[in-house]
Every structure is written in C-alpha cells, then in structure tokens.
Ligand binder design. Structure first.
Ligand code: NAD
Length: 291
C-alpha cells in the first residue's frame, strides 16, 4: 500500500490498531514513550521521527493535554496536506485547538474517537465517530475500514468527541447499574451465570452485560476473567465522565445519572483501590461495600 502511516500512542488500544494497519500492508512507523515493540510496526525514537514523511499520522493518547503536546511535535514533521487522525478520547476544546493548528500549517485534522474496547481494536471492529471536513473524513475512510466496522461522520471538528462523551456517559452508568445488580443478585442467592442468561436476553441487556460482563467466568471473555487488568481502566472512565460533566456544565444540560457515575468512579479511583483496575472492577467494589 502506498500510504505511509505514523502512529503515536501504542497502548492497550493503539498497539492492536497499528498492528492491524501493518497487517493490511501499510508501512507503519510507531512511537510510544513506554511501549517499545508492536507486531509489524517499525519503532521510531521520537514522535516527530514516526511522523516524518507520513501521509497520515494517527494518535491514540491518554488525554487532551498530551494530544496538544504530541500534535506540536508531529505537525511540523508532517507534509502539507497530510492528515492528523486523533482516535483518543479528549475534550472538545483540545480537538478544536489541534484542528486549528493543523489548518494553520496547511494540514488536515479529524477527531475520531472509538468505541468497542480492546476486543474491537484487536478484531478490527471498532466504531469511529468523526469530526472534520468531508475531504478529511474521506481521506481517513480506508483506515477506518481496516480498524473498524463502522465510521460515522458526526460533523465539524470536535463533533466526534461530542458523540464519544455522550456514549461513554451511558457506558459509565450502565456498567455501574450492571455491577450493582450483580451484587444484589449475590445477596439474593441468584447464581451469576443464570443472572447473565436472563439479563443478556432481557430488557436489562447492554454492552456492559453482554459484551464485557463484569462477573468472572460469566459471559464472553472480559477483563473480569483476567483479574480486572484493563481493558479500559477505571481512571479512563473517570476521565470521560469528567469530560461529559464539564461539557454538560458548559452548555447547561441536566445529567444527574452522569454526575452520580462520575462521583462513584472518582471515589473508586481516588479514595479506594480502583486505580489501575478495569472499570468493570466496580463489581467486586459493590460486593465489598455491601454488609
Ligand atoms: P493506554 O494508557 O493503554 O495507552 C496510551 C499510550 O500513550 C501509552 O502506551 C502511553 O505510554 C502513551 N503515551 C503517553 N504519553 C505519550 C507521549 N507524549 N508520546 C507518546 N506516547 C505517549 O490507554 P488506552 O486504553 O490505549 O486508551 C487510549 C485512548 O483511547 C484514551 O484516550 C482512551 O480514553 C481511549 N479509549 C480507550 C478504550 C479502551 O477500552 N481502552 C476504548 C475507547 C477509547
């Protein structure tokens, strides 16, 4: 394949996404401050080196501040007309700020956060929600097709992040609801596998139950079966819930369930032992909190 790709941020999500692009035949140059090896990816020593001469640079980073820093490193190394494709979940303002810097440099930017978790990243079945111009979206489309099963063009720069924080506000609330229901089922003497059988085919079903069941040994393979190693870390869920609450505050939306989910994840990550655990570790947390 003729396109040359740079990929910065090769963690739980970025590594399998980059590996899928390499497997599809793209030349992928990668950089991560911690991760030093990814299948099929030629590792560079700096973010700028990974971006040098690339037609498209993807980023999959923890937050908006880091995105802004990395963008300042990679944009000067990229050719005019090249695409910076950020797949991280960040605040709308950071997405728009980086889009503006890219435009000033004659480059194009798409914010394209994803849904589908590490399973979707590995299988190439992510959903992308994208913000940017029609032309920029069209340029990213072939890559979306390799890494995902669906890409929705949500609007101008920042619209992808808006869709993402709304989605993850629902996710945080459904994971908590699923975990507290399992903890209640335990107390009621209801077997967890039976609970899964019923709810996964009844009106309480959700992605949290059906695809990412928080109970070990129940449902499909999930971080619960791996000692709650992330997966999607509780602190990243907390980050996303903070983003949705900040956004709600800014525009005057009433989001009481989102506020409660944010407070529970804040307690779990900051006051309890949730830091470094998957966000589905809310289940053992609720079991512990009960009397
Ligand atoms: P992660 O922490 O595993 O990966 C982030 C990577 O970025 C790390 O490997 C880190 O070393 C690297 N990094 C940090 N600063 C850097 C810098 N300055 N230069 C280069 N590399 C740097 O996180 P993740 O789970 O892969 O998530 C990445 C993004 O995707 C986050 O914004 C997250 O909210 C979002 N996301 C995650 C999931 C999930 O299930 N894990 C799902 C959807 C979206």
């Amino acid at each position: 394949n003729a396109l040359k790709i740079g990929f910065v941020g090769l963690g739980n999500m970025g590594a399998p996404m980059a590996a899928n692009l390499a497997r599809a035949g793209y030349v992928v140059a990668g950089y991560d401050t911690v991760v030093k090896e990814v299948t099929g990816v030629q590792m560079a020593n700096t973010a700028a080196a990974a971006a040098e001469g690339a037609d498209v640079v993807l980023t999959m980073l923890p937050n908006g501040d880091i995105l802004r820093t990395v963008a300042a490193e990679v944009l000067p190394a990229m050719a005019s007309g090249a695409l910076l494709l950020d797949c991280s979940t960040v605040d709308v303002d950071s997405a728009r700020a980086v889009a503006a810097v890219a435009a000033d440099n004659g480059q194009i930017f798409v914010d394209a956060p994803v849904s589908g978790g590490i399973g979707g990243a590995a299988a190439g079945t992510l959903t992308f929600m994208a913000g940017g111009s029609e032309a920029a979206f069209a340029k990213a489309q072939p890559l979306f097709e390799i890494m995902g099963q669906k890409a929705v063009h949500c609007g101008a720069a920042g619209a992808g992040q808006a869709a993402k924080i709304c989605n993850n506000m629902i996710l945080g609330a459904t994971m908590i609801a699923t975990c507290e229901a399992f903890a209640l089922a335990d107390k009621l003497g209801l077997d967890r596998a039976r609970m899964f059988d019923v709810v996964s085919t009844s009106s309480g079903y959700s992605w949290s139950m059906n695809a990412y069941c928080p109970a070990p040994g129940v449902g499909p393979q999930s971080p619960a079966d791996n000692g709650y190693q992330p997966g999607f870390a509780a602190e990243l869920m907390l980050k996303d819930l903070r983003l949705s609450q900040q956004a709600a505050e800014a525009v005057g939306a009433d989001t009481p369930m989102g506020a409660q989910a944010m407070e529970l994840y804040r307690q779990f990550v900051e006051d309890e032992d949730g830091l470094g655990l998957d966000f589905s570790a809310m289940l053992p947390r609720f079991v512990k909190q009960g009397r």
